[in-house]
Design a protein around this ligand. Sequence first.
Ligand SMILES: [Mn+2]
Length: 353
Amino acid sequence: MRMVFRWFGTGNDTVSLRQIRQIPGVEGIVWALHDLPPGEVWPLDRILEVKREADEYGFHLDVVESVNIHDDIKLGLPSRDTYIEHYQRTIENLAQVGVKTICYNFMPVFDWVRTELHRQLPDGSTAMFYEKAIIDRIDPRELIGTINENPDLTMPGWEPERMARLSELFDAYEGMTKERLRENLRYFLEAIVPVAERHGIRMAIHPDDPPWPIFGLPRIVSTQEDIRHILEMVDSPANGLTLCTGSLSADPANDVIGMIREFADRIPFVHIRNIRRFDNGDFIETSHRVTDGSVDIPGVVKALHEAGFLGYARPDHGRQIWDEACRPGYGLYDRALGIMYLWGLWDSLQHRA
Ligand SMILES: [Mn+2]
């Protein structure tokens, strides 16, 4: 297991590379050019700038999250070919700094959805919360202000420019079906995977968050069957999965350990976090500890260990603790605690082995 840590870039993150370096065992940053809109080619000089910053602290740039996919590709519009070409050129540019894995998602309109960013947990810390009854009834436009509470820190997938076009986007997806969305993903993968293969890069699709349809939009990466379908549609190691334990486990029917066993050789990257599920469909993000949430994190780590997992792992979201002023879900303290929990589990298995 190779530990990495998501970093949003200079001026866009409250956590510094100097601080990340002091977390035991972190070898690379999970990065992106967050200011570029989806569909643009990532310029090599901008990529090299990040490389210089990472080099200073000895971090690699093996994992990119995310190279976002233009909506025209998800919609299957004729203009998608231009954006696919741009994506191919971005892959070529990323290969020049040794990128090995590109995490991306194929969710229509929203990358992820929560109803509160600072819901209090019993210990006084706060975490991101999803209240199903609210999502079932509200207009998604009402969420934009909640998610983009801090204009200084862009929330990936919720960029103000994109959200300004929300009504237009919803109109464009009108009538979109699961089958058509799948076909549009297939079209994208058939064009991208050969380029990724040539450059030793593995694409790793992130599951839907949450893993069920919202606001009438279809979802295609929510279940074990969905994932199997995607991995089979382009059968190459370069067509892989980002296994996100928190996203998938929001649906109690999902067996993440079973997914690790089935898809092990197609998982280049894992997001490991815990959530607590409630019977009414709500969920809240918690500490990594097994007793704090509904996800069997020790079981996840054990399954990865048994599978001989050599890929990248990052703690996913954390709680906001110790009065840290940070991006929701992406503070230093709780993610560092999460890493130590993961290392504790991993090292105990290694030593036993
Ligand atoms: Mn995730």
